[in-house]
Design a protein around this ligand. Sequence first.
Ligand SMILES: [Zn+2]
Length: 68
Amino acid sequence: MKHEPPTLCAECLRCGQRSILGRALPQLAGGAMPEGGRLRCDLCGGRRVRLVPARGPAEIIAFVARRR
Ligand SMILES: [Zn+2]
């Protein structure tokens, strides 16, 4: 089986917005998580965004659906 990189999801630590980043950020997929500054929440504009790698569509759906 080929190695498939995880799809990156982002959770805003400020407002809780969750979004899917996809695999368009290969430099982030290697495990190098930025200390904010590069990612911004598209809802509140907060820079404290936590990256969460999701493996497979099931984890992506579970991540996005788990809102409070
Ligand atoms: Zn936010």
